[in-house]
Design a protein around this ligand. Structure first.
Ligand code: PEP
Length: 249
């Protein structure tokens, strides 16, 4: 079975109400391949999720950038998976490196979040990736395998999970991984899935790349056999996001 190309746009902590509406108009006007060919999911900040969902074309979907690790309640400032489901938000990004680094989210905590989000019916874009120091010391695969293991232990249905390989040194730096570097890790991750979750999961799970993807470098990356799409930060706020979606074909 072929893996449908997946393009996520992570808007991070950006935008005013007016700016968000402009981005949505840009997306709504974009001429892109049909949703049989590419799955597009954009992730605005929590406060803009309802307006983006209501204005966005129906072939594009929305994701939250995070959710609380368990059932909602006395957790000031958090947003629960139940709330996202209640609003009709189908996807959530979990384990983004900014949260791992800045908010000290451990592999186990990310795994617990994945478990709870999936149990509530959300689909998860689960992020893994090594720092520059880890890459230079030769531990890239050990790091991403440990991160993936903590996630995989909580997944029973991989159809609801997209794995995003996002090297930390490439995020927001303009220093994109080469297509060969991305392919190497994606191929290893697929082998890891084969060994730990089975051949069917390995063959069907989308492994997407994130880290300074833009309109100019996406085609070459997309041509690699184990790159099944992208998670895009900065460029997802700009018209070039449409070019990135088009790299599906
Ligand atoms: C991201 O935040 O997931 C990301 C990949 O950011 P950027 O594309 O800006 O590097």
């Amino acid at each position: 079975m072929g893996r449908k190309f997946f393009v996520g746009g992570n808007w991070k902590c950006n935008g005013t109400g007016e700016e968000v509406k402009k981005i949505v108009s840009m997306l709504n006007e974009g001429e892109v391949p049909s949703d049989d060919v590419v799955e597009v999911v954009v992730s605005p900040p929590f406060v803009f999720l309802p307006v983006v969902k209501s204005l966005l074309r129906s072939d594009f979907h929305v994701a939250a950038q995070n959710c609380w690790v368990r059932k909602g309640g006395a957790f000031t400032g958090e947003v629960s998976a139940e709330m996202l489901v209640n609003l009709g938000i189908p996807w959530v990004i979990l384990g983004h490196s900014e949260r791992r680094a800045l908010l000290n989210e451990s592999n186990e905590f990310v795994g617990d979040k994945v478990a709870y989000a999936l149990s509530q019916g959300l689909k998860v874009i689960a992020c893994v990736g090594e720092t520059l120091e880890q890459r230079e010391s030769g531990s890239t695969m050990a790091v991403v395998a440990a991160q993936t293991k903590a996630i995989a232990e909580q997944v029973s249905n991989w159809a609801n999970v997209v794995l995003a390989y996002e090297p930390v040194w490439a995020i927001g730096t303009g220093k994109v991984a080469t297509p060969a570097q991305a392919q190497e890790v994606h191929c290893e991750l697929r082998k890891w899935l084969q060994g730990n979750a089975g051949a069917e999961v390995a063959a069907t799970t989308r492994i997407i790349y994130g880290g300074s993807v833009n309109g100019a470098n996406c085609k070459e990356l997309a041509a690699k056999p184990d790159v099944d799409g992208f998670l895009v930060g900065g460029a997802s706020l700009k018209p070039e996001f449409i070019d990135i979606i088009k790299s599906a074909t």
